[in-house]
Design a binder for this molecule. Structure first.
Ligand SMILES: Cc1cc2nc3c(=O)[nH]c(=O)nc-3n(C[C@H](O)[C@H](O)[C@H](O)COP(=O)(O)OP(=O)(O)OC[C@H]3O[C@@H](n4cnc5c(N)ncnc54)[C@H](O)[C@@H]3O)c2cc1C
Length: 393
């Protein structure tokens, strides 16, 4: 590549930062411009609902790189900069301050943003969402003074916030339209296992109910009305009802978009020179043989570097087995003790293992991944049989 090439990365978070790192590692000596609308240098989000929210992890531990890393590696990190348009024909991006940057290749690593709940009263103070580090800090402070918390949504983030609220001494009610928590992620049976765990910690669930209205006084929330007509008292409400991929730039530019930016296994979008990785990418997965969008840390960690290599023209076929992926399955088989919470769950489609999850069973990740990759058909009885080692399945 000629030295004057400019590679622009939109979205300065995990996928974007890891892509920049890989470009340098792979010997790219052109310009790298990493643009992020947040005021913080790239950081990781999982601690925001776990250790950092609980006050157990230091702020300095969440960042992807040391502060000086960007300058030392010639990465032009520009924070507080929102990209407002992408023009694949002119090969440039426009910025909110009116400027433009010409690129040779561009990576969209714009991630996702929380799905909003548009019920009456949604603008009241005390209704919070969790995506950014500032959200986590505000939530941590709010939990300290809150007696009654209502969590809207029993997915991963809802449950993690619920656990943090319980630890802070709050009473917590979770409003969830399904029959169990984590229903969409894990299915009814396994979702039930996690629901029971939270119930044992004093969490109250209102299943098969949804939020119809927020009530408040003086501009601050004090209650949540559910579809059953119940009014739940609330000092604080946390909404965790999923995330929406940030596809605006791509769709405005006329790229193929559908549940994310559509990319091939080389993470190439439908216009030349445009790539996408991380939460925003709906990538063709060679193993699953269809497009898959994965909202997980590991997919940003691995997808950013894969996109960088692809930008450099290296033949890339991004086929990482997602940490967790259970979109399409017809059966779930358990090996071990489900009630005792010591088991491996296998999600099957057409007799092939598509995903696995180990709960209090260790050192099986590599074996499960190899089984998924093998795409071999496995008898359910053998899958469930603890006497058959996973590699022998
Ligand atoms: C609270 C929380 C807990 C989580 N816990 C886990 C976990 O335990 N395990 C797990 O696997 N995953 C977890 N995740 C998911 C994981 O954090 C994401 O999959 C990961 O952050 C995706 O990284 P990304 O770089 O693709 O996108 P993001 O992290 O969403 O970053 C995208 C960045 O792009 C910026 N941006 C967007 N549009 C523009 C624009 N037009 N101009 C400039 N900048 C822009 C955004 O501001 C953002 O900084 C969690 C997520 C959250 C929010």
């Amino acid at each position: 590549m000629p030295a004057e090439s400019t590679y622009v990365i939109v979205g300065a978070s995990l996928a974007g930062a890891k892509a920049a790192e890989t470009l340098r590692q792979e010997g790219f000596d052109g310009n790298i411009v990493l643009l992020g609308e947040e005021g913080e240098r790239p950081y990781e989000r999982p601690p925001l609902s776990k250790g950092y929210l609980l006050g157990k992890e230091d702020r300095s531990s969440i960042f992807v790189h040391e502060e000086g890393w960007y300058a030392e590696n010639g990465v032009d990190l520009r924070l507080g900069v929102r990209v407002t348009a992408l023009d694949p024909g002119a090969k440039q991006v426009s910025l909110a301050d009116g400027g433009t940057i010409a690129y040779d290749r561009v990576l969209l690593a714009t991630g996702a943003s929380p799905r909003r709940l548009n019920a009456p009263g949604a603008d009241l103070d005390g209704i919070m969402y969790l995506r950014r580090v500032g959200d986590s800090e505000r939530l941590q402070a709010a939990l300290r003074g809150a007696g009654q918390v209502v969590t809207v949504g029993g997915g991963w983030i809802g449950l993690e916030v619920t656990a943090a609220a319980r630890e802070a001494g709050c009473e917590v009610t979770v409003v969830e339209p399904e029959l169990v928590a984590l229903h969409r992620q894990l299915g009814p049976e396994l979702g039930g296992v996690f629901t029971d765990l939270h119930k044992e910690h004093g969490v109250v669930f209102r299943f098969r109910e949804s939020v119809t209205e927020f009530r408040g006084s003086g501009g601050k929330v004090n209650g949540v009305v559910t579809s059953s007509g119940a009014v739940l008292p609330a000092d604080l409400v946390v909404v965790g009802i999923g995330a929406i991929p940030a596809t605006g730039l791509a769709s405005d530019a006329g790229l193929d978009v559908g549940n994310g930016v559509i990319v091939d296994a080389g993470l190439r979008a439908s216009a030349p020179g445009v790539f996408a990785a991380g939460d925003v990418a709906n990538a063709y997965h060679p193993l699953y043989r269809k497009h898959v969008r994965v909202e997980h840390w590991a997919n940003a960690l691995n997808g950013g570097p894969a996109a960088a290599k692809s930008m450099l023209g290296q033949g890339v076929s991004y086929d990482a087995v997602p940490y967790f992926y259970s979109d399409h399955y017809d059966r779930v088989v358990y090996r071990g003790d489900l009630a005792g919470r010591e088991f491996v769950a296998f999600w099957l489609s057409d007799g092939m293992v598509m995903a696995g999850m180990n709960v209090n069973v260790w050192d099986v990740n590599d074996d499960i991944q190899a089984l998924i990759r093998s795409r071999r058909r496995v008898a359910e009885a053998r899958l469930a049989d603890l006497d058959v080692a996973i590699p022998d399945l």
